[in-house]
Design a protein around this ligand. Structure first.
Ligand SMILES: Cc1ncc(COP(=O)(O)O)c(C=O)c1O
Length: 412
């Protein structure tokens, strides 16, 4: 399809889009095509007002009384329950707290403690570096064998020594989605436990932790959940593990009686034991406001739109970007794709910089990937075409060779 026909097609798809209205729930300039919601979600329109209220009224006027009168104390659970509906978990199974890295540390140690005698932890070689570092550190601290095994090869690596498998649902680099149900089943058949990092799937596809019988999960609040820079993350533990699981970071807020201020630790019942320190109320309540954009949405419709956007981008990439040196590394099969498309290009870093200068915002991942995220709540089909048009223009004019783009920015 050429780009003129593609634009006509995209306009039609947007007119028929049952989710077209959700873009109004965000503050986005029409001058920008924002394709980095997989890294930092756009600003939901509800957030500024709520944040102002939290700062000026709740903190400014109600002061410390807010922990009671504005229900700050229960917010990690309340926001967790809202999030639970997005990931197919029970209201009492999800807690919003800390960062994804910290939550992963808590989950790995807690889960490994549930399989004493098993000494192997399986992780994915290409997982986000933080997940690898944390797993290796846990392995060293507990004297366990940490093995890197591709999700596709997990069956052969499972035996009676494996305690836990920890994978990402969608690969941050390639956008490949793994079969959560099948992998979790295989892991359970071997008597091991399964932990998933949902950072690149929650909010763009229907995650069913309950149907898949997942033991533990973690994920970021600032990507497709739009909670804002540094938004707190979340942790999920299936109810069946609540009684026995132990956190390696026993904080006072996760104590059974926090305000008894006792000298020895007794874990709170349930998921609350994964609380550690005082929650970051400004960003936690910003996340709560941000999650309202999902109210009433059918996640299978969100998934349909996501696949339609990424599918259109891939078909245009094949038609007009491949001859210019781009290679699509994201799976073409719908079931194997998250909501981003990654393009390999020898000058990917400079191409992304030139693209951003033209108002199309994506990002770069080492060594040669341009990563474009299609957040279905605010990206339109016409944005897909605009992005491809600019990619063509950048490379045709050789803008990536501009010396301004030779030096990488701190954050890519
Ligand atoms: C898959 C995945 N896991 C973990 C993290 C790290 O999250 P945090 O910085 O909240 O610890 C990221 C960040 O991009 C990620 O993509």
């Amino acid at each position: 399809m050429d780009l003129t026909a593609a634009r006509r097609h995209a306009v039609r798809l947007d007119l028929l889009d049952p989710l077209a209205h959700t873009r109004d729930g965000f503050r986005l300039s029409d001058d920008v095509v924002y394709l980095d919601g997989n890294s930092l979600g756009a600003l939901p329109a509800a957030v500024p007002e709520v944040t102002r209220d939290v700062v000026e009224r709740q903190w400014g006027c109600d002061l410390i009384g807010s922990w009671n009168v504005n229900d700050w104390w229960d917010a990690p659970r309340r926001v967790g329950a809202r999030l639970a509906r997005l990931v197919g978990a029970g209201d009492d199974e999800v807690l919003v707290a800390d960062s994804t890295s910290v939550n992963l540390f808590k989950v790995l140690v807690a889960a490994l403690g549930l399989r004493p005698g098993r000494r192997v932890l399986l992780i994915e070689p290409g997982n986000f570096p933080a997940d690898l570092y944390i797993a290796d550190s846990v392995g060293q601290l507990l004297g366990l064998d940490v093995r890197r095994v591709e999700p596709g090869d997990v069956g052969a690596a499972l035996d009676h020594r494996v305690a836990l498998v920890s994978y990402s649902h969608v690969d941050y680099r390639t956008g490949r989605a793994h079969d959560m149900a099948a992998i979790t089943r295989e892991v359970h058949e071997a008597g091991a436990l399964m932990a998933w990092d949902l950072s690149h799937s929650a909010g763009v596809l229907p995650v069913r932790l309950d149907d898949c019988d997942v033991d533990f999960a973690v994920g970021c609040g600032y990507k497709y959940l739009n909670g804002g820079p540094g938004a707190p993350a979340y942790v999920m533990a299936a109810t069946r593990h609540h009684g026995a699981m132990r956190t390696p970071l026993p904080g006072w807020t996760g104590h059974a009686r926090p305000f008894a201020l006792e000298g020895s630790y007794e874990p709170a019942a349930g998921i609350d034991r994964f609380r550690c320190g005082t929650p970051p109320m400004l960003s936690l309540l910003a996340l709560e406001a941000a999650l309202t954009v999902f109210d009433g949405l059918d996640m299978s419709q969100v998934r349909q739109k996501s696949l339609s956007l990424t599918g259109l981008f891939i078909s245009l990439a094949d038609d007009v970007l491949a001859p210019l040196g781009f290679e699509v590394v994201t799976p073409r099969t719908d079931a194997e794709r998250g909501s981003q498309v990654s393009l390999r290009h020898p000058q990917a870093s400079a191409v992304v910089r030139a693209l951003i200068a033209r108002g199309v915002i994506g990002d770069f991942r080492q060594p040669d990937l341009a990563r474009l995220g299609f957040a279905p709540l605010y990206v339109r089909h016409v944005d897909v075409v605009t992005a491809v048009e600019h990619l063509v223009a950048v490379v045709t004019a050789g803008e990536q060779h501009d010396e301004r783009y030779a030096v990488r920015t701190t954050v890519t």
